[in-house]
Design a protein around this ligand. Structure first.
Ligand code: 13P
Length: 252
């Protein structure tokens, strides 16, 4: 059975104090209501060490939202995979559409980031997804296939097993416009099929594929009930503990 995951992506929200408070609240809720899935908090770099200290590591895992594409050295303002790892975080989100669009992260850059994250013992939540124009042109499968092939398919099967995929249609992010469960299932099944072609059915069956994009308590249950949807990557609804728990609860 592959791992089910609900992961928050706080993006650029929360002061240090607010973030620690939110992590504390999530942790408290989960202490009383044991989750039936892995729960991950994706936080800005500055929160990582404090959030790791705040939560019970058996209940909540911690993820960065990015890391550098260089190992170390004169790269002012960057944060390396080794630094992320040293905070106690276990995951890093890479390839988010906001990083691709606003910070010009290409498949080549992402490949470097993936390699450094894995070399430093981090697991990777790797985001893929098409923009509206590409969906309207019926190109969504080609887009996600190329994103996966270019940044991940150089990995060994052992390393690929440390990757969680997150399908996030860009048109659904922060728009309130969720993919239908049928749309999500169709492309998740396609993604699993290309993983199977490359690494074999066993690896594909073990790969966790999350859905992201306006996922909330009211639609999570139906999305997560799809056979190839293994959980969610949650933006807006991860910023309030009760809302986030409403999504985690979809697995109960
Ligand atoms: P929203 O849940 O706010 O649509 O964001 C999704 C997302 O981008 C998670 O990475």
């Amino acid at each position: 059975m592959r791992e089910k995951i609900v992961a928050g992506n706080w993006k650029m929200n929360n002061t240090l104090e607010e973030g620690v408070q939110l992590a504390k609240e999530v942790n408290e809720i989960l202490k009383k209501n044991a989750p039936k899935c892995t729960v991950i908090l994706g936080t800005p770099f500055i929160h990582l060490a404090d959030v790791v200290r705040t939560v019970d590591s058996k209940l909540v895992k911690v993820s960065a939202e990015n890391c550098a594409d260089k190992e170390k050295g004169a790269f002012t303002g960057e944060v390396s995979a080794a630094m992320v790892k040293s905070t106690g975080a276990q995951y890093v989100i890479l390839g988010h559409s906001e990083r691709r669009a606003y910070y010009h992260e290409t498949d080549e850059i992402l490949k470097e980031k993936v390699n450094l994250a894995l070399a430093n013992g981090l697991k990777v939540i790797f985001c893929i997804g098409e923009v509206l124009e590409q969906r309207e042109a019926g190109k969504q499968n080609d887009v996600v296939k190329a994103q996966i092939e270019n940044a991940l398919f150089h990995l060994s099967a052992d390393d690929f097993a440390k990757i969680v995929l997150a399908y996030e249609p860009v048109w659904a992010i922060g728009t309130g416009k969720t993919a239908t469960s049928a749309q999500a299932e169709e492309i998740h099944a396609f993604i699993r099929s290309i993983v199977a072609k490359k690494y074999g059915q066993k690896v594909a069956d073990d790969t966790t594929i999350l859905y992201g994009g306006s996922c909330k308590a009211s639609n999570a249950k139906e999305l997560f009930a799809q056979p190839d949807v293994d959980g969610g990557l949650i933006g807006g609804a991860s910023l309030k503990a009760a809302d986030f728990y409403g999504i985690i609860e979809a697995f109960n």
